[in-house]
Ligand binder design. Structure first.
Ligand SMILES: NC(=O)c1ccc[n+]([C@@H]2O[C@H](COP(=O)([O-])OP(=O)(O)OC[C@H]3O[C@@H](n4cnc5c(N)ncnc54)[C@H](OP(=O)(O)O)[C@@H]3O)[C@@H](O)[C@H]2O)c1
Length: 212
């Protein structure tokens, strides 16, 4: 990433730990003058504006106002998850949570952002999954369904924006990493046991490179 992002303002959604937190740390080190808003259910205090919000709830007008008032140049949505185990053994409420946090919330957010004008906003990035958006993911059916849906949505919006349906003043990207060594992938899981999971810092660097 060669461009000086010091004048840039990042909103990182789901960044209290894992890839979101690693992305914040790499960006803050590289671009000390950049401004940040970090959002999650349990976000702590730091050299950033912190906002506690639960993406399993509907998008609220108060949340949109916080976003508009921050004048972001880049918004990155990291949050995702879901129950692990046989589909039928898990409560429907847990599958609904997975679909809401991993697909419906970012879908509703991008829909809203496309309908209002935030002049500063240049880029909206959603984190997908190279595995779950393309293949079956046994034990994670609702998470996998959400990631497939996210890919379908974002690639369609990208296609519409190249066509006569062009309607969007900011770029929409899908960043789809492979396995990452975070809380989402327990230490005893086979990808980590077989050392197939990249460090969150390495993946954060790839994500930041992809912003150009
Ligand atoms: N780990 C992997 O192997 C892997 C592979 C491919 C793709 N990905 C993708 O990478 C992204 C980041 O995953 P990760 O591994 O960093 O996960 P993680 O370590 O579990 O972190 C998830 C982040 O999302 C936030 N979050 C979760 N539910 C939320 C909710 N309802 N409301 C608000 N914030 C919420 C969490 O913060 P709080 O708990 O504070 O709310 C946390 O900051 C996800 O989209 C994931 O699908 C991960």
């Amino acid at each position: 990433m060669n461009e000086d992002r010091s004048a840039h303002k990042f909103i990182l959604l789901g960044a209290s730990r894992g890839l979101g937190w690693a992305t914040y740390q790499v960006l803050a080190k590289k671009y000390p003058a950049a401004e940040f808003m970090l959002v999650s259910r349990k976000i702590g205090e730091g050299n950033f504006k912190s906002l506690r919000y639960d993406f399993s709830k509907e998008l609220s007008s108060e949340f949109i106002t916080e976003i508009i008032n921050f004048n972001p140049t880049t918004i990155i949505y990291f949050a995702a998850g879901g129950p692990y185990g046989n589909f039928q053994d898990k409560k429907w409420a847990d599958h609904q949570w997975a679909l809401q946090v991993s697909f419906l919330f970012p879908a509703q957010l991008v829909h809203h952002l496309m309908r209002i004008s935030i002049p500063s906003l240049k880029k909206f990035v959603v984190v997908g999954s190279a595995i779950a958006e393309n293949k079956p993911d046994p034990g994670a059916a609702s998470y996998c369904a959400a990631k497939h849906a996210l890919k379908g949505l974002i690639t369609t919006l990208q296609a519409e924006n190249k066509s006569a349906f062009n309607c969007c003043s900011f770029q929409i990207d899908l960043f789809s990493p492979g396995y990452i060594a975070t809380d989402m992938l327990p230490a005893q899981s086979w990808p980590r046991q077989q050392e197939l999971a990249a460090s969150a810092e390495n993946v954060a660097n790839q994500l930041i490179d992809s912003l150009n």
